[in-house]
Design a protein around this ligand. Structure first.
Ligand code: HAM
Length: 433
């Protein structure tokens, strides 16, 4: 049987590769205007980074990570031996932990320095149950701003996120921006206790998972898809009623900046996000068309304690990530034209196989000048060469015939208008431009 790609991990063939490339370039262009600079971090990190950064009790870390071992270590493990924690890796389930690790490791935010704004794009891996919009290898574009806790950072990130969707072709009317505040270490513990007490008192209306969650991570119950749980949690205390004055002030300022910028949002007390590092502002963008239950096309928030969690100095941070595949589904549903990959712009054809050497020289002339050019390599007839030129998307065909070549010229045909002109054999590039 032929070997297929792993479940939930897709190939990007030329059209899809072009689309992903366009997505990244649009992000670089839009976020670049806000000062974000591109970085790349490894797709694999020490497992401990994710355990400490994202949180051991989260679904992402406890259930969805792909572990990676060297061959020797895997053998040791399978034989019942132990592998040192500094040889235990995981494929990254998200980009924030790795970028913050890199910023700490390379001291990108020295004491008193201006904030650093980083942009990244690449594959992420989560061992989830595969369904529409939920993959095991998916792609994100994300940003992280490290070193500033001012609410302007939060507002600016949300504003540019919404601008990105518009630029990529996702209509504003098919997205909803949800925001919430998760509080900080001063106010969240008491809030968690209040939610836990509420859940204990209403355990009958909760699913078994949520009853367990009440002990470890009660806020996760807001996320539960079970209808009874959703109904029960409607009566739970809301975080925004339990924020300390500093968090309240921060949250109010973020909203005021969004209002002033004319960015529409909905406050959602149930938005708790699936990663433990968040403090204060959290946000998510949901799409109404093209996706089923997996309708979050991007999300993020503030994480003022994460740098310390991974061993760095106190460094406030905020960022978001956009899910490429989900955006693509929404763009397809909205009828956004998909880019089409072409093989070449100019095709060099010969009337007679004896002219191949001259055709080859014209081909080099084009390529040396940076023109995407190709020719037939399989002895096709002239008619078939034109068919191939069409298939490759060539906009012009250079035709070499014995008489023209003897006179030092070639025919240049515009594939769209069908116009033909005679040009000197060494003047093809000039004629094309
Ligand atoms: P996240 O909400 O886990 O946040 O993921 C961000 C986006 O990635 C989601 O909104 C969704 O579009 C996409 N996504 C997540 N899981 C899958 C999947 N299995 N299949 C397809 N798409 C998926 C983060 O990853 C945070 N690191 C965001 C962040 C950056 N927070 C602060 N800075």
């Amino acid at each position: 049987m032929a070997i297929k790609s792993p479940e939930g991990m897709n190939d990007f063939l030329p059209d899809q590769a072009l689309a992903w490339n366009h997505f990244q370039q649009t992000a670089q262009r839009v976020f670049g205007t806000y000062g974000y600079q591109l970085v790349y971090t490894p797709v694999m990190e020490l497992t401990e980074l994710f355990v400490r950064g994202i949180g051991e009790a989260t679904d992402v870390v406890s259930k969805e990570m792909f572990a990676a071992y060297s061959g020797g270590n895997l053998k040791t493990l399978l034989e019942g031996g132990k592998v040192r924690s500094n040889s235990t890796f995981s494929l990254r389930p998200e980009g924030t932990a790795g970028v913050v690790r890199a910023a700490v490791e390379h001291n990108l935010v020295p004491q008193g320095a201006a904030p650093v704004k980083l942009l990244y794009a690449g594959p992420m891996f989560r061992a989830e149950r595969v369904q529409k919009g939920r993959l095991r290898q998916f792609h994100q574009v994300g940003v992280e701003c490290l070193g500033a806790e001012e609410p302007t950072v939060d507002a600016e990130a949300i504003i540019m996120l919404m601008r990105f969707y518009e630029e990529i072709g996702i209509p504003a009317q098919s997205t909803t921006l949800l925001i919430n505040s998760m509080g900080c270490e001063a106010c969240r513990p008491a809030y968690r206790e209040a939610v836990k007490a509420y859940m204990d008192a209403h355990a009958d209306g909760l699913c078994e998972t949520c009853r367990t969650r009440a002990e470890i991570n009660p806020l996760r119950a807001f996320d539960c898809k079970n209808e009874d749980c959703a109904h029960t949690m409607e009566g739970a205390p809301h975080i925004t009623d339990h924020l300390c004055p500093a968090c309240q002030e921060h949250y109010t300022a973020v909203k005021a900046y969004l209002d002033a910028a004319g960015v529409a949002y909905q406050e959602d007390y149930r938005l708790v996000r699936g990663l433990d590092y968040y403090t204060r502002t959290v946000f998510e963008v949901q799409a109404s068309d093209g996706l089923g239950s997996q309708n979050a096309i991007g999300g993020g928030g503030r994480y003022d304690k994460l740098a310390e969690e991974v061993g760095g100095r106190p460094t406030p941070g905020l960022g978001f990530a956009i899910g490429y595949e989900r955006c693509q589904l929404v763009m397809d549903a909205a009828g956004v034209p998909a880019p089409h990959a072409t093989g070449c712009d100019v095709f060099v054809a010969t009337v007679d196989p004896s002219l191949r050497a001259q055709a080859f020289a014209v081909l080099q002339q084009c390529r040396n000048a940076g023109v995407r050019a190709d020719m037939d390599h399989q002895g096709r007839s002239l008619k078939s060469q034109f068919k191939l030129a069409d298939k490759l998307g060539a906009r012009s065909v250079v035709v070499l015939g014995p008489e023209e070549v003897a006179a030092g010229s070639v025919k240049l045909r515009n594939m769209e208008t069908h116009d033909e002109q005679l040009v000197p054999v060494d003047g093809v590039v000039a004629a094309l431009s």
